[in-house]
Design a protein around this ligand. Structure first.
Ligand SMILES: Nc1ncnc2c1ncn2[C@@H]1O[C@H](COP(=O)(O)OP(=O)(O)O)[C@@H](O)[C@H]1O
Ligand SMILES: N[C@@H](CCOP(=O)(O)O)C(=O)O
Length: 314
């Protein structure tokens, strides 16, 4: 059946995410109230991409842009490519820091493409969207919370990625420490060994299970629930400042971990009053985002263009 495109722009608001959360490598993730806003419209020819905020002047403004690449992949499934595309991005999620910016871009692209096709939700349902986004990203633990919101458990079956979202307990107080330096997820993944000791795998399995209870019901258990042996130590050499900050925070009783593949540090509980991470960190308190990606009709308005707001507390 031929593809019919909707007229006029559509927009999506996508949250930052923190994956792994310590022991839940490639499985657990949390959506955070810091958002990118992206709008797209079908045009008669060509591709334009306008970026403000994070990545402005750095990201490609053509078919190489990750939002456009994800849109193209979705349009292929949805029945065909549009004659042209105009995309506008207002980016607030720091890129290559371990806060799921690439997943946010991919989810935005998939959902925008779907919204630009008249019967898009019939051709690509929510489960399909998760599968496609996870396939493009290569692991499901960021795209799941970005799409669904909340605290997510994601896994991959032969047919593709699946996920469930659970509500986050009151008392979980996420705070991120974002360093100036970047770290690509692909580089951090290359630092991991092919095999790990059985004892380490067993420890992580137990702590990941405990973390589900701690994050949804008993935040008092977050410190023991965020112990990890599968990825953070192997990656520490590539992000010594972040590894050091995690150590200092944990010694002070704070449930701190490397966010995603780093180098951002995520604390799930409040640091002690007056805690100072030292120079070079941007420190933001970010509430969990319980809604996930939100699609609407129309172009970006005043609220979506605000370069700073969209959830950040400090
Ligand atoms: N909003 C965006 N728009 C376009 N490309 C993006 C965007 N966010 C991230 N990317 C691409 O993904 C790369 C970072 O991805 P990755 O290493 O997975 O880090 P992160 O932890 O931020 O997801 C960027 O260097 C850029 O190429
Ligand atoms: N499980 C992945 C998570 C990567 O998250 P990102 O936000 O850094 O892209 C990993 O640890 O490699």
């Amino acid at each position: 059946m031929p593809t019919n495109f909707t007229s006029g722009p559509v927009r999506v608001r996508v949250p930052a995410t923190s994956a792994n959360l310590g022991p839940g490598f490639d499985a657990l993730g949390l959506a955070l109230a810091l958002h990118d806003d992206v709008a797209a419209e079908v045009t008669t020819e060509g591709v334009t991409v306008a970026v403000t905020g994070q990545g402005a002047g750095e990201l490609p403004a053509d078919d190489r842009h990750l939002v456009v690449r994800a849109m193209r992949a979705a349009f292929d499934i949805l029945g065909g490519q549009p004659p042209g595309l105009a995309v506008e991005c207002v980016n607030r999620i720091p890129q290559a820091r371990g806060l799921g910016s690439s997943s946010a871009a991919i989810v935005a692209g998939v959902l925008l493409a779907r919204a630009l096709v008249t019967d898009g939700e019939t051709r690509l349902d929510d489960d399909d969207a998760l599968r496609l986004a996870a396939e493009i990203e290569g692991h499901p633990d960021n795209v799941a919370p970005c799409l669904l919101g909340g605290f997510t458990l994601a896994w991959t079956e032969p047919s593709g990625a699946r996920a469930v979202s659970l509500p986050v307990a009151d008392g979980v107080r996420p705070m991120v420490f974002v360093p100036a330096e970047r770290g690509l997820t692909a580089t951090a993944r290359a630092a991991l060994p092919a095999t790990v000791p059985h004892g380490d795998a067993a420890l992580n399995a137990g702590r990941a299970a405990l973390l589900v209870h701690a994050l949804t019901a008993d935040p008092g258990l977050l410190l023991p629930a965020t112990v990890d042996r599968l990825h953070q130590d192997y990656r520490a050499v590539g992000m010594p400042g972040s590894a050091g900050l995690v150590k200092v925070l944990r010694a002070a009783g704070v449930a701190a971990v490397i966010s995603g593949a780093g180098p951002t540090v995520l604390a799930l509980t409040e640091p002690p009053g007056g805690f100072d991470p030292g120079t070079g960190w941007q420190v933001w308190r970010l509430d969990p985002d319980g809604r996930g990606a939100q699609v609407a009709r129309g172009r970006l308005g005043h609220a979506e263009r605000d370069p700073v707001a969209a959830g950040r507390k400090s």
